[in-house]
Ligand binder design. Sequence first.
Ligand code: SF4
Length: 443
Amino acid sequence: MVGMLAAMPPPATLPAQPGDAVSRARGDACPGALRLHRADDGALARVRVPGGVLSAGQADGLRELAGRLGDGEVHLTSRGNVQLRGLGEECGGELASRTSEMGLLPSERHERVRNVVASPLSGLDGRGEREVRPWLSALDALVCASEEAAGLSGRFLFALDDGRGDVDALGADVTLRARGDGDADLRIGALESVARVPADEAPRAALLAAEVFLEAAAGSGAWRVTDLPGGAGPLSDAVVRRLLAAGLPVAREVVPVAEGAPPALGVVTGPGDTDALSVGLPLGRAGAAQWRTLTDLARRYGSGELRLTPWRGVVVPGVERGRAAELLDVLDAAGLVTGPRSPWTGVGACIGRPGCAKSLADVRGDAAATVGAGAAVGTLPVHWSGCERRCGRPRGAWVDVVAGPDGYRVSVVRDGRRDAPPCVTDDPSVLATAVATARATGT
Ligand code: SF4
């Protein structure tokens, strides 16, 4: 009994000060399951899901927690993690013990540093150079066993790319990308100069790189590679020296960062006798019925696993080929984003009101209204923001819809540049038309 109590995780706590801004002056305030975060719609917990891999049982458990302790929805993040929102302040202890029982809290000290994204379709569609699951298991175990790694911030990100270039494009702090020759490229930040290492040693090399980052960041307040005063270059040189000192064969090469693309939505044809289903969650969240549909489908017709993607989607692997199209229709009927036919395709939004005090509008509600008006489908993705920070905005070309004191401003952004002065309106019908026109024509 004493041993059981000793093994229980400590209750989740809220930071002392309200507000959602993260400030270097008061340290890393990124939330986790053990450290809740106050938002305007209640407390928020982030449950780390390395590689986005959840069993159907774990997914059921998160739905149950969201319904009993939170707002009833499962929210996905751009790191393939799960957020529970609208939590009461008194639920911390239960949240910590339940996520631990579900196997989602393998190390209390490392809970907030297990940010690992991985190619969601690795091993499912015949693409890529290698299956990244062994890297994922090895890296998570190494991180949890490293005293030094416990010092990483909740923002530090590892990416494991199977060679197709999807998560290589996400700007992680440390990226491993599989090569066709059996080795792996280790990339620091967005540097084109990579270190080629043997694939079997790649997880160890990634952890060493993170530990060298911590040494370089000491005293600087840097949480991510981009925060380092000297930039990524000196860090990359120091990492190569450390890898050589550890006895790893290392070669420097120039490999541009991949363009990357999220998994296509719909049926993903596999090389064997099973397929996968790839869907998006409207605005990155699923209600209880939608989440249950996904988990039941994964359990009954798939391999019992779900893979959460950094693009706020879910992949269900191992679906019997003859049933894939029929099951996709089930997910479509549940309101999930299944491909171009879905009005939610390409529509994103920050949390907005009431979850964020900075927001000038209920952006999710307004985005839903334009989708309901049939105005959302188009070529370019659209992202709705409640303020100028534009949290979660996409890369490349996209339609920017941002709330301001005089209404919404709608414009097209391409690689960080605005095509033309924004259309400003607070009239819902004008807004819907402006969004549809921008998405369809890109002008
Ligand atoms: S972009 Fe949205 S979520 Fe981010 S600070 Fe502004 S209102 Fe809040």
